[in-house]
Design a protein around this ligand. Structure first.
Ligand SMILES: NC(=O)C1=CN([C@@H]2O[C@H](COP(=O)(O)OP(=O)(O)OC[C@H]3O[C@@H](n4cnc5c(N)ncnc54)[C@H](OP(=O)(O)O)[C@@H]3O)[C@@H](O)[C@H]2O)C=CC1
Ligand SMILES: CC(=O)N[C@@H](CCC(=O)OP(=O)(O)O)C(=O)O
Length: 344
């Protein structure tokens, strides 16, 4: 049994960590922080957790208490993990950061997109990008994990087989993505209000979203050279879910694309390549640590269309974070993550 701490326990990804860890056979949640709810019992704020965490209460972030844990998850806004990660690593605590603080390798690029100086550039060299389908062996050895963003998880998983095999024009890729409103976090914001977000849909960040450099970095690694990417996110009236529709221009005759995807993800516990002709639905991954993918070649033409769906709070955040923890501590990769999706 290991002890873990969670910094930022009142947000959607924090409570999702608690829900999933309640089923984890090797983990005990030792500390959970919230400055605004310090002293409140977790089960009083989140009644779905009654019977699972009846004595655990939110507390102020405290380096000594967190540093006594084997691992600490940061489910906090950008910049918070920068300030605490070094101290925790010095104490021998491993850090799994759900925010974007350690996702970009270039501190200056991070500062440009996140509008603040990078607070821990000295740690960037050792941070491992926590996409197990790419970096599984490095994750096993890591002390510091940058959990990928929600859109970047869906887009990279959907495009990796094509880029690694050099089958599409890496200079002209389009990622048209839709997210549920929990992607915007739990903090009160006008665009997340029921009257604003329901029965309507809108694009945002078309001129440049902060996930663009993260996705470009990962796709560039897969392609072996810089990629040209147009990424347009949309806010849709659902609570959870990301749907990515990805377009690439085929170079020459690609062979059997369905077989390519099946082989690339063979044995992956959390990627499901669906049968040819499928159209995956976000509800088919709701609550599950899973990316379902379908690959199409309309009219046998020169464009390949990949459809990828995840739950933004699970494979797009907290589930993927636990998948990383399992690898870091040598647990079964599926521990705590085996439940199927909720349908309907
Ligand atoms: N929602 C999603 O789908 C996804 C989110 N993420 C990322 O995960 C992180 C958390 O997201 P989400 O759960 O939605 O966020 P929320 O905004 O819902 O929650 C943020 C949490 O962080 C705490 N917090 C805020 N500021 C500080 C601070 N300075 N020091 C310590 N704690 C702080 C808050 O508690 P309090 O203020 O009381 O201390 C709260 O518990 C973000 O970086 C987000 O971008 C990643 C993938 C997907
Ligand atoms: C719908 C919505 O607002 N989505 C968020 C992305 C989700 C998220 O939290 O991004 P990280 O994984 O990088 O933390 C956004 O567009 O900024």
């Amino acid at each position: 049994m290991i002890k873990v701490g969670i910094v930022g326990g009142t947000g959607y990804t924090g409570v999702e960590l608690l829900r999933l860890l309640a089923q984890h056979p090797e983990v005990e949640v030792e500390a959970i922080t919230s400055r605004s709810e310090a002293g409140v019992r977790v089960c009083d704020m989140y009644p779905n957790l009654r019977g699972h965490y009846d004595t655990l209460a939110f507390s102020e972030p405290d380096a000594d208490r967190l540093g006594a844990c084997d691992a600490v998850f940061f489910a906090t806004p950008h910049g918070v993990a920068h300030a605490l990660a070094f101290d925790l690593l010095e104490r021998g605590t491993r850090v799994i950061d759900l925010s974007a603080d350690f996702r970009l390798r270039d501190a200056e690029e991070w500062a440009e997109w996140y509008g603040q100086p990078h607070g821990a550039p000295a740690l960037l060299g050792e941070a491992v990008y926590g996409l197990p389908e790419v970096n599984r062996d490095r994750i096993r050895q890591a002390r510091l994990i940058a959990v990928p963003g929600c859109y970047p998880t869906a887009v990279q998983l959907g495009l990796l087989p094509l880029l690694e095999a050099g089958l599409i024009d890496a200079g002209h890729i389009i990622a048209d993505c839709k997210s549920g409103v929990t992607g915007a976090g739990r903090g009160a914001k006008v665009p997340s209000l029921l009257a604003e977000a329901s029965e309507s849909m809108k694009a945002y960040g078309a001129a440049g979203h902060r996930h663009l450099p993260e996705i470009r970095q990962g796709l560039g690694d897969a392609a072996g050279s810089p990629v040209g990417l147009t990424f347009v996110p949309h806010l849709t009236p659902m609570i959870r879910g990301i749907h990515a529709t990805l377009y690439g221009r085929l170079i020459g005759e690609p062979g059997d694309l369905q077989a390519l995807f099946e082989q690339r993800f063979e044995g992956e516990p959390f990627v499901d390549v669906m049968p040819a002709g499928s159209h995956p639905e976000t509800r088919s991954v709701k609550g599950a640590n899973l990316c379902r993918i379908a690959v199409h070649r309309p009219g046998n033409g020169d464009t390949v269309v990949v459809l990828a769906v995840i739950d933004n709070l699970v494979k797009g955040a907290s589930g993927q974070a636990i998948q990383n923890l399992n690898l870091m501590f040598g647990f079964d990769e599926k521990a705590g993550l085996a439940a199927p999706a909720l349908m309907p």
